[in-house]
Design a protein around this ligand. Structure first.
Ligand SMILES: NC(=O)CC[C@H](N)C(=O)O
Length: 233
């Protein structure tokens, strides 16, 4: 399985993603410069976190027009696996690959701390090794992570099982104060209707090795590999 990590001007989690993928999956992984006109030969494209184009206009609003995004959109439409983390999630909503938008955090502060996530969908390619209702601890680091969509869209996301991760407490309960940024329905990550595109605000690459004191983020990378091996191996 071959992974590609897109590098936009201002990406700052590209190296962490590449390292985590290589370490956790043992699979080949390349950087893909944002000016690239092709993503041929890759099985999973990762849009990493950061401050692409300095977050000008809105986070992800400029990166969405990078040359690489046309082949990424085409790849996603053909069913290719695409993972957007934090700024990558913002790029995916701007590109129309995922519905809704990421607004400024409700307290208008940049937030950088651990969060607990309840796995709501255990059949997605990104969570196939989890069980529904299990809880993982994954850090956030964002200023615009307040997920918003109109009520019809949110209803559709819930009905179609597209909410993959929800902010919760360490027990998996949705209690007062566990929603860090004001996201509607405590949404921390969603997938598209087909399930091959995931956007999540928390950073699994920052908690994927023992030395970091938390390996919960491995779930996403190991699930991707497991899914790919089951489908194509
Ligand atoms: N870590 C990130 O990807 C941050 C994304 C974006 N720059 C924000 O502040 O919301």
């Amino acid at each position: 399985m071959k992974f590609g990590v897109v590098v936009f001007p201002g990406s700052n989690c590209d190296a962490d993603c590449l390292h985590a993928i290589k370490t956790v999956t043992g699979q080949p992984v390349d950087y893909i410069w944002h000016k690239s006109g092709s993503v041929d030969g890759y099985d999973c494209i990762v849009l990493p976190g950061g401050f692409s184009y300095g977050d000008y206009l809105r986070c992800g609003a400029v990166a969405r027009f990078s040359p690489v995004m046309s082949p990424v959109i085409e790849f996603a439409r053909r069913g290719g696996l695409v993972l957007g983390i934090c700024n990558g999630f913002q790029v995916l909503t701007e590109a129309g690959l995922l519905p809704g938008a990421l607004h400024r955090n409700k307290n208008l502060s940049f937030l950088c701390h651990d969060t607990y996530l309840r796995v709501e969908n255990d059949i997605s390619p990104f969570t196939s090794l989890a069980s529904r209702g299990s809880v993982i601890k994954v850090p956030i680091a964002h200023g615009e992570g307040n997920y918003f969509a109109d009520s019809d869209t949110v209803r559709r996301l819930e009905e179609n099982n597209q909410v993959v991760f929800r902010y919760c407490d360490y027990n998996g309960e949705i209690t007062q104060g566990v929603n860090p940024n004001g996201s509607v329905n405590n949404i921390a990550g969603i997938c598209n209707e087909q399930g091959n595109v995931l956007g999540m605000m928390p950073h699994p690459e920052r908690c994927a090795e023992e030395i970091l004191g938390n390996i919960d983020g491995q779930l996403i990378f190991k699930s991707l590999l497991e899914t790919w091996q089951r489908r194509c191996g």
